[in-house]
Design a protein around this ligand. Structure first.
Ligand code: PEP
Length: 250
């Protein structure tokens, strides 16, 4: 697998549709590297606008999904609604949803299965809270509970984003060597659950204070398939530099 995946997680930004549109137009005005899958995860309210303006160069991810299929769930958005809008991906298990919104492992598992059921590719975010945490234990437990009841045929619709919580939004990125070790660990865990072949095909990204200065280090690692970018994905020139960092691997 040679394509590198770059995901922009805009979180609860920007505040106007105009800004969202201008940002995307700014990206589309660039010559984008051919070897990347570029994905933007905007707030729900901009998905339709971006779908109509992104063409084929930018794919869309939702930042959340309901575990329920339809019905009396005020405020929720179903997988089928996302799919029908032209969304291809959904982020599940992001640390802000785990730790601020209180999403449990059980909810993450239900959401993941709801997404796979409608044909969305899941970007499953996992990661330890503190720098000295036992990452083998934490990542194993997060992966096993998120994937409980998911069979091998569904694994091809999965991307794992290794995002140490201590690195998210802090400006303190992990080193690319540590991120690579974590990615190898994740492949080992997936290999034990689903077999070596699936584990080696699984895209694994790094996320946590990726910037224009460090993106190339993560993207250049063979065992890391790209980056999930938060803060730096909101600043057009920085994000363009991050995208172009992937070009050097062409
Ligand atoms: C994120 O939100 O997933 C993230 C990695 O944020 P940041 O790049 O700002 O650390």
């Amino acid at each position: 697998m040679t394509k590198k995946i770059i995901i922009a997680n805009w979180k609860m930004n920007p505040q106007t549709a105009d800004e969202a549109l201008r940002f995307v137009q700014g990206i589309l005005a660039q010559r984008l590297p051919k070897n990347i899958e570029l994905i933007i995860a905007p707030p729900f309210v901009y998905l339709d606008l971006l779908k109509k303006n992104c063409g084929k160069k930018i794919k869309l991810a939702a930042q959340n999904i309901s575990w329920a299929e339809r019905g009396a769930y005020t405020g929720e958005i179903s997988g089928l609604m996302l799919k029908n809008l032209g969304c291809d991906y959904v982020i599940i298990g992001h640390s802000e949803r785990r730790h601020i919104m209180g999403e449990t492992e059980e909810i993450i598992n239900l959401k993941l299965k709801a997404a796979l059921k409608v044909g969305l590719t899941v970007i499953l975010a996992i990661g330890e809270k503190e720098q000295n945490d036992d990452i083998l234990k934490i990542l194993s437990q997060q992966i096993k509970s998120a994937l409980e009841g998911v069979n091998v045929s569904e694994i091809s619709h999965l991307i794992i984003a290794y995002e140490p919580v201590w690195a998210i939004g802090t400006g303190l990125a992990d080193t690319s060597d540590n991120a690579l070790s974590a990615a190898l660990l994740i492949r080992k865990i997936i290999s034990r659950l689903y077999g070596q072949e699936w584990a080696s095909d699984l895209p694994i990204l790094y996320g946590g204070s990726v910037s224009e200065n460090n993106a190339a280090d993560f993207i250049a690692q063979n065992g890391i398939n790209g980056a999930l970018v938060g803060g730096a994905s909101l600043e057009l020139q920085s994000f363009i530099k991050i995208i172009k960092a992937a070009e050097k691997n062409e």
